[in-house]
Design a protein around this ligand. Structure first.
Ligand code: RIB
Ligand code: CA
Length: 375
C-alpha cells in the first residue's frame, strides 16, 4: 500500500509541476521554437505525433525522415507528404530512408496500421517529392545546420539514425536532445514476447545507436543521453473514444463518441478535415487493439515521445546501460537494461519509467484542438 500511495503522490507532484510550467509558459512569451528533426515510420501514432509537433508553437519541424516500418518506406514518404499537405506545412522537407534494415529482412505491419498505414484515413493528393538526398544525409544536414540545438525524435526503426551515425560519428555531440520511442524495459514485447516493434524490425541499428551514445558519454553530461521510451511507459498513454471526442470538441467540431459496436470502418462525420483524418485513422487503431484483446483503445506511443522531446519533464527517467539482443532464438530484438551495473559499462540511455497520462492528454488536446480550429 505504501508503494501505491507514494506512486500516487509522485504522480500528483508530476502533475502539479507540469501545471506550473505550463502556466508560466503560457503567461509569458513562449520559449523560442526548438528545431526538431523527426524520423518516423508513419503509421497512425506517428501521424498523431507529427500533428502534435506541428501544433506546438515551441517546435520548429526542420525535417522529416521516412523509415520503413509500419508500412514500406515509399508509403511512409507518401503519408508524410500527404499529412504535411493536409496541414499546409509543405515547406518541411521529407527525405526517403533506406529500403531495408541494416541486416534483417524488411517487415511491415499493415494489420496494425492499415494497408496504407493510416487506418481508414485518406490523405489529400500532393505533388511534392522527397528530397534528393536520403534520410541519413538529412539527419547530418539538420544536425550541422543547428549544432548543439537540434532535437532528434525517432518513432520508428533506427535504421536511418544508425546510417547517419556511420556517416557522422560526432552526431551525439551535435544534438541537444534525442528521444527514441522503442524497446520494452522489464515489460513484455508487442512483436515477440520480449521485443518491441521499432527495435525488432532492425535490432542491429538499435545496438549501433545505443553503442554510439555510450562511447560519446565522456564528452557530454548525462542529460545528453537519449531518452528511450519503451512500452513499459508508452502503454500507460491509451487514447479512448471519450478522449478522442474531447479532441473533436476542443477543435470546435464535436462528433459522436466512437464505440466498439459501430460498424467497422465507419467514417468520421467531422466537418474539420484534420479531425476527420485523425478519427478515421484512430478507428482502425481502436479496432486493432480490440481484436488483440487490449480493449477498444489505442496506445499513443509516438505522441508521448514527441511531447517528451519538447518537454522531458513529462516523463520520469533513470540512467542506465542498454543493449540489444541480436542472436537469441527467442529473444532477438529484446532491449536489456543493466540497472545494477553488471556489465561495468558507461550509461548510454535515460530509460522512461513513469508518466502521467492525464497531463499528457490535457496538453495534447489543448495543442491539437487549438491547432485544428485553423482548418
Ligand atoms: O511499438 C510501437 C511502435 O511501433 C510505434 O512507434 C508504432 O508506430 C510502431 O512504429
Ligand atoms: Ca512509429
Amino acid at each position: 500500500m505504501a508503494g501505491l500511495v507514494s506512486r500516487r503522490v509522485r504522480r500528483r507532484r508530476l502533475r502539479v509541476a507540469a501545471g506550473i510550467v505550463a502556466a508560466v509558459t503560457t503567461a509569458h512569451d513562449p520559449t523560442p521554437a526548438l528545431p526538431v528533426f523527426a524520423d518516423v515510420d508513419t503509421g497512425v501514432d506517428d501521424a498523431m505525433a507529427l500533428v502534435y509537433l506541428l501544433a506546438s508553437t515551441d517546435a520548429d519541424v526542420v525535417g522529416i525522415a521516412s523509415t520503413g516500418g509500419n508500412v514500406d518506406v515509399d508509403q511512409v514518404c507518401r503519408n508524410n507528404l500527404g499529412l504535411l499537405q493536409l496541414c499546409g506545412a509543405t515547406d518541411i522537407p521529407v527525405s526517403r530512408g533506406a529500403d531495408q534494415p541494416l541486416s534483417a529482412a524488411m517487415r511491415t505491419a499493415e494489420d496494425t496500421h492499415g494497408p496504407a498505414g493510416l487506418g481508414y484515413a485518406e490523405l489529400p493528393r500532393h505533388d511534392r517529392e522527397p528530397t534528393s538526398y536520403d534520410s541519413a544525409e538529412a539527419w547530418v544536414r539538420a544536425a550541422h545546420a543547428h549544432p548543439g540545438e537540434l532535437i532528434g525524435l525517432v518513432t520508428g526503426p533506427l535504421t536511418n539514425l544508425a546510417l547517419a551515425l556511420r556517416a557522422e560519428p560526432t552526431l551525439p555531440s551535435l544534438l541537444r536532445r534525442l528521444v527514441i520511442m522503442g524497446g520494452s524495459f522489464d515489460y513484455r514485447g508487442n512483436t515477440t514476447p520480449v521485443a518491441e516493434w521499432n527495435i525488432s524490425v532492425d535490432p542491429e541499428s538499435a545496438a549501433e545507436v545505443f553503442a554510439a551514445w555510450g562511447a560519446a558519454w565522456g564528452e557530454q553530461d548525462p542529460d545528453h543521453l537519449p531518452i528511450v521510451l519503451g512500452l513499459n511507459v508508452t502503454e500507460n498513454v491509451a487514447m479512448t473514444p471519450a478522449i478522442l471526442a474531447r479532441l473533436a470538441a476542443a477543435a470546435g467540431t464535436p462528433t459522436p463518441e466512437m464505440s466498439v459496436t459501430d460498424t467497422r470502418g465507419t467514417r468520421s462525420p467531422a466537418t474539420n478535415p484534420l479531425i476527420g483524418t485523425l478519427e478515421d485513422a484512430m478507428r482502425f487503431y481502436f479496432e486493432f487493439h480490440h481484436d488483440q484483446g487490449e480493449g477498444y483503445l489505442a496506445h499513443l506511443h509516438d505522441p508521448l515521445a514527441a511531447a517528451a522531446a519538447l518537454d522531458p519533464g513529462l516523463v520520469r527517467t533513470r540512467a542506465t546501460t542498454v543493449d540489444v539482443e541480436l542472436v537469441g532464438a527467442l529473444t532477438r530484438g529484446m532491449t536489456v537494461a543493466d540497472w545494477s551495473g553488471h556489465w561495468g559499462r558507461r550509461p548510454n540511455a535515460l530509460i522512461g519509467t513513469e508518466t502521467d497520462p492525464t497531463v499528457f492528454f490535457d496538453r495534447f488536446i489543448d495543442r491539437v484542438g487549438r491547432y485544428a480550429r485553423r482548418f
